[in-house]
Design a protein around this ligand. Structure first.
Ligand SMILES: C[S@@+](CC[C@H](N)C(=O)[O-])C[C@H]1O[C@@H](n2cnc3c(N)ncnc32)[C@H](O)[C@@H]1O
Length: 274
């Protein structure tokens, strides 16, 4: 089994992303005008059910102002900015894609949140962060890009304090081979899906105790059906980030959910003492 990291990096290569965003955001006002994080929700929440899913996951995790939070696979930083704006906590994001980290920093400047939100380029399999530093870790729509799940969850446990929270919202394998391309992989070479049961079997031995476990597939199906009906939100949207085929990628994820091939899992864990 290859780890697929180079392929994943290519998939999220997004050449010239910050410049594209700068140009697209001119429609919202001049460069020195502070934007509200919510104004970016159509382009910076790169997962099923967008901002609503981030808000629900944060609530489930019990985020508070005093917490130091890590977002693993932070994308262009929308979830991190939402958490800091909503709860007043400090948030660090780590992502494999340098263009995404660069874009996340730019967008965070535009929302004036640089004091609370920061981003680093790095792999979830080797987080560039000290042990026991965070009260909570979020992982949203990232695990399906990662082959070595045991190592992923051990790294998340390592950077959490004992008793800290790990909240995950990811796509899982349900009943058959998915149709590609999907938003995280144009071919199966960079897709490493597990079933719900196998996901749990990978997480718990890393030093976690399950607090909540939810199959969110039905809510996701409703959301994709509405998206198909309404079409994508007006630009700037995720197409600005991922390119013009994003509707096809999202459409295939919706189809895989409708056909029972894939599902959506939300889960919360407590970090056991080491
Ligand atoms: C579908 S996007 C989700 C982004 C963000 N979590 C969100 O929900 O808006 C998946 C992200 O995971 C990142 N990623 C994939 N594999 C990674 C790894 N091994 N280490 C760090 N980030 C990774 C990608 O670069 C990409 O930004």
């Amino acid at each position: 089994m290859t780890d697929g990291l180079d392929g994943v990096r290519d998939h999220y290569g997004a050449t010239g992303l910050t410049e594209r965003l700068r140009a697209a955001l001119a429609a919202l006002g001049s460069e020195d005008q502070i934007l509200a994080p919510r104004q970016l929700a159509a382009l910076d929440q790169f997962h099923t059910r967008g901002l609503a899913a981030t808000a629900e996951l944060a609530e489930l995790a019990g985020i508070t102002a005093e917490m130091s939070v890590l977002d693993v696979g932070s994308g262009v930083g929308g979830p991190a900015r939402f958490l800091a704006a909503t709860y007043g906590c400090r948030v660090t994001g780590v992502d494999l894609s340098e263009p995404f980290v660069d874009a996340a920093r730019y967008l965070t400047e535009r929302t004036g949140q640089g004091g609370r939100v920061s981003f680093e380029t790095g792999s979830a399999l080797e987080l560039p962060l000290d042990d026991g530093r965070f009260d909570a870790v979020l992982l949203q729509h990232v695990a399906m890009n990662i082959a070595d799940r045991a190592r992923l969850y051990r790294e998340i446990r390592r950077v959490l304090k004992s008793g800290g929270r790990f909240a995950t919202f990811d796509v899982v394998l349900k009943g058959g081979e998915p149709h590609y391309p999907v938003p995280w992989a144009r071919t199966p070479a960079t897709s490493f899906l597990l079933t719900e049961a196998a996901t749990r079997e990978a997480i718990e031995p890393a030093g976690f105790r399950a607090l909540a476990w939810q199959d969110d597939t039905e809510a996701a199906k409703v959301w994709f059906a509405q998206l198909r009906e309404s079409g994508p939100p007006p630009p700037p949207n995720l197409g600005t980030v991922m390119g013009p085929d994003v509707a096809e990628l999202a459409g295939n994820l919706g189809r895989n959910l409708m056909e029972g091939r894939l599902g959506i899992l939300t889960a919360l864990f407590e970090a056991a003492p080491i």
